[in-house]
Design a protein around this ligand. Structure first.
Ligand code: ISE
Length: 336
């Protein structure tokens, strides 16, 4: 079986990370094309992927038959412009989150995808490939501790750049909880509310955070998310699941444990890149394996991306107050 030729679109932080991953840790695939308008970035990225060629646009790479599959790692606002030609060429796609920046454009992408024989787009919600999230989902489904009642989530970043906006608390960060929570609990988000505790004086002047995001799921489970992007100390993503007859916790620090000078210390992450590195690897390897097996999507699909876009829209509205309902359209049979 020949290697899957992947065209990586966007060679920024995520794109460069994926290029390295494919070139060094993934079997059955190579980076054949780096599609990036910034020439310096493109050249730097192709150096990490021996045998790859640089292209200025996805259309050029497709016209030259340089790719079998596409990994989209540009900022979300450019996704639709890449997804459309890739779908028109019938290529399998792994698209970094979000699918697109809003539900309208997500709908347009789904409408186009539904002209094909089956789903072609997988959305890069990598938490679904994290071993602990998988174990928690299995535990919830097993009902071993009775029914799930609540999920208490924390999502903490050490700091954010000045380009990070108030809406990004939802669209760039809580976006992950909007995907993982329904996946864990087996029920969609029906409403979102945002509460503001005391503001952190260390947060950038243009932000008001941390925030507490409250979600209600269709099955009555309540979820709270502490979204905090100025912790100063490190990166933490964790969940406590409260059951009828028990508790479960994931996402605890698991680094080096040290006892010294009457103190106990444990290493923790400072970035999502290391915290979720094994999940990113597994997501990509499973996607490549699935394509070799003739299955184009083995994870969250465009419908999941659309549902998340709807929840994000409600979340952004909730930043201004109120309990905002998330519309609940029926899932098309195409995405069953
Ligand atoms: C970033 O874009 C991510 O996707 C990270 O997983 C998340 O923790 C962070 O808040 C986002 O800014």
């Amino acid at each position: 079986m020949s290697d899957l030729r992947i065209g990586v679109v966007g060679a920024g932080l995520m794109g460069a990370d994926h290029i390295q991953r494919i070139s060094t840790r993934i079997s059955g695939a190579v980076v054949s094309a780096v599609i990036e308008p910034d020439t310096a970035r493109a050249v730097a990225a192709t150096a990490d992927a021996p045998g790859s060629a640089a292209f200025a646009s996805i259309e050029d790479a497709i016209a030259q038959d340089a790719v079998d599959a596409v990994l989209v790692a540009t900022p979300g606002r450019f996704h639709e412009a890449v997804l459309v030609p890739a779908l028109e060429a019938g290529l399998p796609i792994l698209c970094e989150k979000p699918l697109t920046p809003d539900s309208q454009s997500a709908r347009r992408v789904m409408d186009l995808e539904q002209t094909l024989d089956r789903p072609h787009i997988q959305v890069g919600f990598m938490r679904r490939f994290d071993a602990e999230y998988g174990a928690l989902r299995d535990l919830i489904a097993s009902r071993d501790s009775g029914e799930l009642l609540m999920l208490r989530c924390v999502h903490r970043n050490p700091a954010v750049p000045d380009s990070y906006t108030q809406q990004m608390l939802i669209n760039d960060s809580v976006v992950h909880e909007f995907d993982i929570v329904p996946w864990l609990a087996g029920s969609p988000v029906v409403s979102v509310e945002v509460k503001y505790p005391r503001r952190n004086s260390l947060t950038p002047a243009h932000l008001r955070e941390p925030i507490l995001v409250l979600m209600e799921l269709e099955n009555g489970i309540l979820v709270d998310v502490e979204m905090n992007v100025s912790t100063q100390f490190g990166y933490q993503v964790g969940t406590e699941a409260v059951f009828e007859a028990g508790l479960a916790r994931i996402g605890q620090p698991s680094g080096l444990q040290r006892w010294k000078d009457g103190e106990f210390r444990i290493g923790d992450h400072t970035s999502f890149a290391t915290r979720f590195a094994p999940a990113y690897d597994r997501q990509l390897q499973q996607w490549v394996d699935a394509i070799h097996d003739g299955v184009l999507v083995d994870g969250p699909n465009a419908w999941d991306g659309y549902r998340v876009a709807l929840a994000c829209e409600a979340g952004v509205q909730a930043l201004d107050g109120g309990i905002i309902t998330v519309p609940n359209d029926p899932r098309p049979a195409f995405y069953a």
